[in-house]
Design a binder for this molecule. Structure first.
Ligand SMILES: [Zn+2]
Length: 217
């Protein structure tokens, strides 16, 4: 199964993707990680991406999709993959669908991790970052000495202030609502997962949702 993960910042999508991947025995493919690896290793598509970046241009979706297609076509992903960060906009959903068609695959399910804004703001604003090593920490107050003992102090980044978080959530919703509608009208089951609560409970709910999709298909 090819599974696309969607969810707002703070919903724990990355963590859930890893836990689900382990549970299903298929790889989690995080677009951001793949992209950084392609740049680092200087693969042909990595070199192409770097040329856009060096000119100060955005890397086009087509280059990112090419990198993604290589990963999905690899032997590790023969039984499926969990895609994190692959789709944020409708053009990306369309691009991914076309790209998968060229290798005889398709998106089999979308898992949408949901949590209310109050909870997401609470989670995200509890993050502080060291002003020296830039490591993020959860649940430590601003002003605390960095646990890595590098002489740094923890600060709350501008991005993690409640107002900035609200803004990020609004941007996410504006972009993602049409993506969900797109999948629904293209016959891809969208399973909504309550992302609040114990991490393992959330994984169990997601796994059950995928079973329902498999039985229905
Ligand atoms: Zn530090």
């Amino acid at each position: 199964m090819i599974i696309v993960l969607l969810g707002p910042p703070g919903a724990g999508k990355g963590t859930q993707g890893e836990l689900l991947a382990a549970r299903l025995g298929i790889p989690k493919i995080a677009t951001g990680d793949l992209f950084r690896a392609a740049l680092r290793e200087g693969t042909p598509l990595g070199v192409e991406a770097k040329q856009f970046m060096d000119r100060g241009d955005l890397v086009p979706d087509s280059v990112i999709l090419g990198i993604l297609r290589e990963a999905i076509a690899s032997p590790e992903a023969v039984r499926g993959a969990i895609l994190d960060g692959a789709v944020r906009t409708v053009p990306q959903a369309e691009g991914l669908a076309e790209c998968l068609t060229t290798i005889g695959r398709k998106v089999d399910a979308v898992l949408l991790f949901e949590a209310n804004h109050t909870e997401l703001i609470r989670r995200l604003s509890s993050r502080t970052t060291c002003d020296i090593c830039q490591t993020p920490f959860k649940g430590l107050q601003p002003g605390t000495a960095c646990p890595r003992n590098d002489g740094g102090r923890l600060i709350r980044r501008q991005d993690d202030e409640p107002e900035a978080i609200q803004n990020r959530l609004n941007v996410y919703e504006e972009l993602t609502a049409p993506v969900i509608a797109w999948y629904e009208t293209h016959g891809v089951p969208v399973q909504r997962i309550d992302a609040i609560g114990d991490v393992t409970d959330v994984t169990a709910r997601a796994a059950q949702a995928l079973e329902r999709v498999q039985h229905a298909g």
